[in-house]
Design a protein around this ligand. Structure first.
Ligand SMILES: [Zn+2]
Length: 121
């Protein structure tokens, strides 16, 4: 049975919008590469801050960095899923080229492998 790409496209578009909203809290889009996000720099005035505040600022930046990396990885998966829909190659396992199970796509529309190859990439 052919995969209902319209249905998964909708899911991916929705997740993309959610990820962009979350990413915009902690990062900004790289103007030279729209699929790349940069963690927001610490905006506090470091020169007048005492040591504790500076340490907090650094921690906050590290945290933003970690969140950005996690969201960005997911964002790229989602974008790649949308790209595959555009090129008519959506829902194929990257290892065995077979169609990915529909319930797996339902759980993760950006899945790149079938259940059998879930840990193969
Ligand atoms: Zn496979």
């Amino acid at each position: 049975m052919a995969i209902d790409t319209e249905h998964f496209k909708e899911k991916l578009e929705k997740e993309k919008a959610e990820l962009e909203a979350q990413l915009s809290q902690v990062a900004r889009k790289d103007p030279n590469n729209p699929s790349n996000w940069e963690p927001k720099p610490n905006e506090r005035d470091v020169s007048s801050a005492d040591e504790n505040t500076v340490a907090d600022g650094i921690e906050e930046y590290e945290e933003n960095n970690a969140i950005t990396n996690a969201l960005e990885a997911r964002y790229k998966d989602v974008m790649s899923g949308l790209d595959k829909i555009k090129h008519g190659v959506y829902g194929k396992c990257q290892i065995c080229q077979k169609e990915i199970e529909e319930d797996r796509l339902e759980a993760n529309p950006a899945a790149r492998t079938c259940k059998e190859h879930i840990n193969s990439l």
